[in-house]
Write a protein that binds this ligand. Sequence first.
Ligand code: LRH
Ligand code: MN
Length: 419
Amino acid sequence: MNISNHNDALLAQHTRRLDFLKSEVNLPAGILQKLKDFQIAIPSWALGTGGTRFGRFSGGGEPRNLEEKIADVGLLHQLNQSSGAISLHIPWDIPTDPAAIRSLAAQHGLAFDAVNSNTFQDQADQAHSYKFGSLQHVSAATRKQAIDHNIEVIKHGVELGSKALTVWLSDGSCFPGQLNFRKAYERTVDSLKEIYAALPADWSLYLEYKAYEPNFYSTTVGDWGASYSMVNKLGPQAKTLVDLGHHLPNANIEQIVSILLMEGKLGGFHFNDSKYGDDDLTAGSIKPYQLFLIFNELVEGMDAKGMNHAKDLGWMIDASHNVKDPLEDLLQSVEAIQIAYAQALLVDRVALEAAREANDVVRCQEILQAVFRTDVRALVAQARLELGGALDPIALFRQEKMREQLIKSRGAKTVATGL
Ligand code: LRH
Ligand code: MN
């Protein structure tokens, strides 16, 4: 892949855009370094074509195994220098030879972010079904099976150098009366306590909440309140994970983020976007202002706690691609997240705070919206350029006919494990 030729051809246009941005806004010191340090983990389960119960339309050249998934994330990272980690889902991606997988990832400049357990599907050789839940299940044997699986996932993560376990539970009910909410909650907490006890001292447990699906009446870890109350019962290594698509319509996610951050209980994110439900669409593709407002709260809240933006929270994408090339979609998501972060770093927080203290509502809005309406793409591109990435990753992906090459080497009908 010839990144330097690609950049040479775009350099003049890029420099013009960057100079214009610099003439419009004073860039805070260190903003480029912050953008360069900001790495977003790619989900191993979103490198193929997703689908819905109504259909799945494969684009071809999908990774057939974990090695090819790592190569695909490596390709993304080569192009944008901002996808330096992969988040695995077990058992969709069991690393049969962890040492080999770890060194293959290192060759691509990749680390392993949080590992994800899966007690929302029954595996062929499974003794007890998760049809009626896992950690909440009425049967102690089923709960134990789910606890053991999570402990197994931690072991896989330790071998790969991961430092966090993400637990998302589809547990809940589909009809009123079906579930004793109190027992389900307590059984889930007691089960999580056994998983928490198996965490290495330097690990985190991210408890992901979700309003509905696949259960359609109640979800036991159904909102930030349920997750927050549970992680508080577990201990300091347990935090809440915010998947942007897991909220009821019109939820104020940026306010939830600010409270969890203030409480020291925000663990990380699954970035995506949605119009209706858990649509798992490209980050920033439906509600870009919300993504900016979330990063605005993150920068304010993390600075208030002296946190390291790049290292102290889990930055991960969780998306599913039904009509777009998975790799192009992921490149778009990373770009949208970097843009929202860059804009949040440009907010004049002193002026904003003064306007807030003066109840000058219009001034508050003007300060935020002026930044949101500032085109920072040249700044994000400059960070990529300085790290050896492509000025226009999607253009280069297409110029180099990457998908065609993947179809040629893997075939048109390959299906990646995952959603
Ligand atoms: C549930 C979820 C969870 C994953 C799954 C792939 O909707 O967001 O994070 O385990 O998607
Ligand atoms: Mn998720």
